[in-house]
Design a binder for this molecule. Structure first.
Ligand code: CA
Ligand code: CA
Length: 316
């Protein structure tokens, strides 16, 4: 037991380091990543520093009810109530889909069969706690409702699917998405899950993706990996590259990822940096052109590191 605990602690430490220094990812039970931007995830079944505890915040009857969701449609945009950093841009509103997902601005509806998350297939910018064929209509979920809510101090935003049934097969699903401004994390929580989608757990997806769909993390696809299958009182947290104890600056590229912001002309990519093109795709050996470069300083102490994203023009 003791040896196993030491191994687990070592894995947790490596995972934490991996999220920050971009070394090879270390797989944990209930943990994964980093993606090429640096997001990781941990779930409440994982014994690891930073793993979330299930902590349901019911907003049914408290938040704003979204009454126009049906079988395969979307509603919104709805205001988050604060600017939320996501990958290298900031978002302030959500589109809510009836099939168990939200997006940051992409209103293209998502219906069965579902593409992977992440995937460049539309829609993009998806947060998918339980992307599958749900039916939020009054007939499909007579006891169900969907809500959004911003805390009074504007540091937490929640979208809650409450007592929603699968299309045609019934069941019961109560889950929520929590955006936390203090640490920029995104958390999926599952209060109750029973039944299965029409056709079974096949194309359902749980994960996150960026605006291009090419960068992201998949937590569950169908029933894989089996240890990540939904269960009551599960929380899954997606963690950006830096914790709240670290500093991020110069990432306030508003609008469409800073296309109108000034760029710096450089000859070579700085060391310890990653380059992305305007669609969000990572470029390993960039030729001359315009890129978004994510740079990070060396650690000056355990909790001090600076990361910034800036627009550059590489001229070789
Ligand atoms: Ca549906
Ligand atoms: Ca996509």
């Amino acid at each position: 037991m003791r040896f196993a605990s030491v191994l687990l602690a070592a894995s947790c430490l490596l995972s934490a380091v991996a999220g920050r220094s971009l070394v090879e990812p270390v797989m944990l039970p209930g943990g994964g990543g980093p993606d090429s931007f640096g997001y990781r995830y941990l779930d409440s079944d994982t014994i690891c520093p930073g793993a979330p505890a299930f902590s349901w915040v019911s907003i049914r009857g408290i938040g704003t009810r979204i009454a126009t969701l049906g079988d395969d449609n979307v509603a919104g945009p709805f205001p988050i109530g604060f600017d939320f950093p996501y990958y290298w841009y900031r978002v302030d509103s959500v589109i809510v889909g009836s099939n168990g997902y939200i997006t940051f601005g992409d209103a293209r509806a998502n219906a069965s069969p579902f593409n992977g998350v992440p995937s460049p297939a539309p829609p993009n910018n998806q947060l998918a706690p339980m992307l599958c064929d749900l039916d939020c209509s009054g007939a499909g979920s007579p006891h169900g409702s969907v809500w959004y809510w911003t805390s009074s101090d504007a540091d937490t935003f929640i979208v809650e699917y409450d007592s929603i049934e699968f299309w045609s097969t019934g069941g019961n699903n109560t889950f929520q998405i929590v955006l936390s401004r203090p640490d920029s994390t995104l958390t999926f929580q599952y209060k109750e899950q029973s039944g299965a989608p029409y056709g079974g757990w096949v194309s359902n997806q749980t994960g996150i993706e960026d605006a291009s769909g090419t960068i992201g993390l998949n937590y569950l696809s169908g029933t894989n990996p089996p240890q990540n299958m939904y269960h009551d009182s599960l929380a899954v947290r997606f963690i950006p590259p830096e914790s709240s104890a670290l500093y991020i600056h110069d990432v306030g590229v508003r609008g469409h990822r800073g296309r109108t912001s000034a760029a710096t002309v450089i000859r070579n990519l700085p060391s310890h940096s990653l380059a992305f093109d305007a669609t969000g795709r990572r470029v390993v050996n960039p030729r001359s052109g315009v890129y978004f470069v994510r740079e990070q300083s060396a650690f000056s102490s355990q909790h001090s590191r600076t990361v910034r994203v800036r627009k550059v023009v590489i001229q070789r």
